[in-house]
Design a protein around this ligand. Sequence first.
Ligand SMILES: Cc1cc2nc3c(=O)[nH]c(=O)nc-3n(C[C@H](O)[C@H](O)[C@H](O)COP(=O)(O)OP(=O)(O)OC[C@H]3O[C@@H](n4cnc5c(N)ncnc54)[C@H](O)[C@@H]3O)c2cc1C
Length: 400
Amino acid sequence: MEARAIILGAGAAGLFCAGGIGAGAVVIDHADAPGEKIRISGGGRCNFTNLRTGPENFLSENRHFHKSALAGFTPHDFLALVEGAGIAWHEKAAGQLFCDGRAGQIVTMLVERARRAGAELRLGTRITGCRHDGTAFAVATEGGVIRAPVLVVATGGRSIPRMGATGLGHDLARQFGLRVTALRPALVPFTFSDNPFAALAGVSLPVRVRVRGGRAQFDEAMLFTHRGLSGPAMLQISSYWREGEEIAVDLAPGRDLRAHLRDARALAPRRSAATLLADILPQRLVQHLARHLARHLAPDPDLDLGDALGTIPDRRFEDIARALHDFRLRPTGTEGYRTAEVTLGGVDTRDLSSRSMAAQGVPGLYFIGECVDVTGWLGGYNFQWAWASAHAAARAIAGR
Ligand SMILES: Cc1cc2nc3c(=O)[nH]c(=O)nc-3n(C[C@H](O)[C@H](O)[C@H](O)COP(=O)(O)OP(=O)(O)OC[C@H]3O[C@@H](n4cnc5c(N)ncnc54)[C@H](O)[C@@H]3O)c2cc1C
């Protein structure tokens, strides 16, 4: 079969690109249903964009690469499509847009847009090989060979293999002579060997968290789990963390704990530090800290959070405040690709055009979406990259 363009992957980027190219585009995916990650995204409501999207919300070895595509297709452009399809939405946290109803509405919108434009979807189709035969790309599938002068690779990253993620995009990049940067799971919970926080599983906190050296900082919620730490703050910082590094957590951001303890001592000297802290922090966490005082409030092994405030000198308030505002943790690892929301790294942007996503030196070959070395923060940025990079490629392909 001959096509105008072959798109590998019927996920966010592939479907959106198909709608932009239209007639003659054939989308191939080994999954039986399109857009499976969209369907489960945002807790089933799909955080489909972020109105505050800026280049600073992305990680890439080239921090300028994504600017052009993001400027060419903005969150408002995608929102216009969502509204045009009659999909009700709401803004949850600052700038984060979610569907009011099920995330499947976005999939339906993308599939209908692609089909209306004349693109064809071949789902449940295993790809057995891919090469350039001198005049066109030839993709071998169980259903036969499809040839086209254009090949768009939109097969995503390696996260969540049980949902069909594979390394095909990265393998194809290497096959055609493109470089691939180091890959690692990102937006992923941390694990600890012999998790010291297991007893706190389920406790959540509004925290400020940063990685050592202040390379990145996020003010978001954190959650203790049976295996370690999760919640938006931990997922965000996981993209910046490297094995062996410490993370520092401010357990009481925006408060001056030292002054708070001192003021409380003046008012109620017989009250214990532990009961005072339990006004600010979850009781279970305070109990845990009290039990592990020697380890976590190391400066003073004699210090007991059960002591009356009136018996605690100022310098010990300082120790307590420092320990809670700068709570140091050294994760053993992460949950890995099994649960990571995205893959950090990908096709090296030095080998792609930032305007069109076209591969340098291989005419007709494009890489879009998560398989490229552009990774967004949590909060709708990854879908915005999928739409924007797909739009850039579709525009270039339509104008060929
Ligand atoms: C649980 C979860 C929740 C998320 N929530 C959000 C959110 O709310 N907001 C946000 O912005 N981002 C979210 N993300 C990230 C977002 O889903 C991805 O960044 C986005 O889907 C990437 O789009 P893509 O088209 O590049 O890849 P994908 O959407 O992953 O699509 C890739 C497609 O390629 C197909 N494919 C892969 N390998 C092969 C192969 N060998 N042969 C044939 N087909 C293949 C796959 O089946 C898939 O359909 C979430 C991710 C996860 C895992």
